[in-house]
Design a protein around this ligand. Structure first.
Ligand SMILES: NC(=O)C1=CN([C@@H]2O[C@H](COP(=O)(O)OP(=O)(O)OC[C@H]3O[C@@H](n4cnc5c(N)ncnc54)[C@H](OP(=O)(O)O)[C@@H]3O)[C@@H](O)[C@H]2O)C=CC1
Ligand SMILES: O=C(CO)COP(=O)(O)O
Length: 341
C-alpha cells in the first residue's frame, strides 16, 4: 500500500541515501532532508549524491530538501539517518512538530554524555511521537546496489512495525519485525567497536582463525553487557546482533573496519578518522562503553584492550599479550543455569 503522504528521510549521507532510494523504488514519494543546499542542488541536477555513494543513481521520486520544518510538517513517517553526534541538536528545536509522528532511527550509536540510545533521545525530545529503530546487516553501498539482505524494525508499537515493513520490504530488502527495541538498537551500536578490532587484526595479517575467534568472543562480550543492561540475549542471535556483527567485522566496506585497518597499518586515530571522511560511530561508542562497563562491573576485555591502545598509550603487542594470557574462561555464558559460569 502506498503511503498517503511523502515519507521523510533525515540525513544526506550514505545510509539515508540508500534507504531513500529503496522507499522510492517501492513507489513512495520521498523527501530526503540534508543540511547542505549545494548537495541538494547537485542531487536535483545530476540525480547522484556528490559526496556519498558515488555512482548510485538517485530515484526520481526522491526529492532532496533543506527545509526541516517543512519536511516534518509534510510527512508522518520519518526515517532518521543522522550521525549520533547530531541527532539531538538537529531534532530538538522541532520537538513540537514531532508529536504524533512515526520516527524510526537508523542511527547506530550512543550519546556521549548520557549513554542514551538514539530512540531514547527521540522519546525524550518527542514524548508524543511513536518510536522505532531499524538495524541489521545493511552496508549502505550493498543496499543501494540491491545485494540481497534483510533488516529488523523494532518497536513495542506493532502498527509502526507493520507500516515500516509495508513501505520498505522489497525484492532485495527483507524487513523482519521485533518488539525488542532496546536489544536491536544496542546490538547495532555495540558491534561497531568490534569492527574496529577486526579491521586491525586483518591489517596485522592475522589468520581466519583469529577473525572467527574475535567475532565469537565479541558476541559473548556484547551479549554479556546487554544482559546487564536488561536486554534479551536472544535478540543478539538475530540479524541485528550476530548478523550485523559478522558483516561489519568482515567487510572492508564498513567504515569502522576501515578505521581499524588504518590503525593496524600504523596510522594515528586522528589520521585514520580523517582518511575515512565519513562517520565511524565505533570510536565514540568505544569511549562511552568502556566507562559504562567499568561503572556497572561488566567484564569486556576486547573493549578494554582497544581503549588501552587508542586512549591509554598501550601498544598493540602489549594488549594482545595481555588478552591471550588472561585466565581462560567458560566458552558460552548463557547456556547453564547451574552456576557453571
Ligand atoms: N553507511 C552505512 O552502511 C550504515 C550506516 N548506518 C548508520 O547511519 C547513521 C548515518 O550514517 P551514514 O549515512 O552512513 O553517514 P555518512 O557519513 O555517510 O553521512 C553523514 C550525514 O550526516 C550529515 N550530518 C552530519 N552532521 C550533521 C548535522 N549536525 N546536521 C545535519 N546533518 C549532519 C552529513 O552532512 P554533511 O555531508 O553536510 O556533513 C551527512 O549527510 C550512522 O549512525 C550509521 O551508523 C546504519 C546502517 C548502515
Ligand atoms: O552498520 C553498518 C552495516 O550494517 C555499517 O557499518 P559502518 O558504519 O562500519 O560502515
Amino acid at each position: 500500500m502506498t503511503e498517503q503522504r511523502p515519507i521523510a528521510v533525515l540525513g544526506g549521507g550514505s545510509f539515508g541515501t540508500a534507504v531513500a532510494n529503496l522507499l522510492a523504488e517501492n513507489g513512495h514519494a520521498v523527501r530526503q532532508w540534508m543540511r547542505d543546499p549545494e548537495q541538494a542542488e547537485a542531487i536535483r541536477v545530476h540525480r547522484e549524491n556528490p559526496r556519498y555513494l558515488k555512482g548510485i543513481k538517485i530515484h526520481p521520486a526522491v526529492e532532496p530538501v533543506t527545509d526541516l520544518l517543512e519536511t516534518l510538517t509534510a510527512c508522518d513517517l520519518c526515517f532518521v539517518a543522522l550521525p549520533s553526534s547530531a541527532l539531538r541538536s538537529v531534532l530538538a528545536p522541532h520537538a513540537e512538530r514531532l508529536a504524533g509522528k512515526l520516527l524510526v532511527s537508523l542511527t547506530k550509536g550512543i550519546e556521549a554524555q548520557t549513554f542514551k540510545l538514539m530512540s531514547e533521545i527521540l522519546e525524550e525530545i518527542a514524548p508524543q511521537a511513536r518510536i522505532g529503530v531499524l538495524s541489521g546487516p545493511n552496508l549502505a553501498r550493498e543496499v543501494a546496489e540491491h545485494a540481497l539482505t534483510a533488516t529488523v524494525v523494532a518497536s513495542e508499537d506493532e502498527e509502526l512495525c507493520e507500516r515500516v515493513q509495508a513501505v520498505l520490504h522489497g525484492r532485495t530488502f527483507r524487513v523482519y519485525a521485533s518488539s525488542d527495541r532496546f536489544g536491536v538498537e544496542l546490538g547495532g551500536a555495540l558491534k561497531n567497536v568490534y569492527a574496529i578490532i577486526a579491521g586491525m587484526a586483518v591489517a596485522l595479517g592475522m589468520g581466519e582463525n583469529t577473525k572467527s575467534m574475535l567475532i565469537t568472543r565479541a558476541l559473548a562480550e556484547m551479549t554479556r553487557f546487554a544482559v546487564n543492561q536488561g536486554a534479551n540475549p536472544m535478540t543478539f542471535l538475530g540479524l541485528a546482533g550476530v548478523g550485523d556483527l559478522i558483516v561489519t567485522c568482515s567487510s572492508p566496506k564498513s567504515r569502522n573496519y576501515q578505521v581499524g585497518f588504518a590503525l593496524g597499518q600504523g596510522l594515528s586515530l586522528e589520521d585514520a578518522v580523517t582518511r575515512l571522511g565519513e562517520v565511524a560511530e565505533g570510536v565514540n561508542t568505544l569511549k562511552v562503553l568502556k566507562a559504562k562497563a567499568q561503572e556497572v562491573g561488566v567484564y569486556m576485555p576486547l573493549v578494554a584492550g582497544l581503549h588501552a591502545i587508542l586512549f591509554e598509550g598501550r601498544t598493540l603487542n602489549q594488549v594482545i599479550e595481555l588478552l591471550m594470557r588472561a585466565e581462560p574462561k567458560t566458552d558460552v555464558d548463557f547456556i547453564s543455569t547451574s552456576g557453571f559460569n
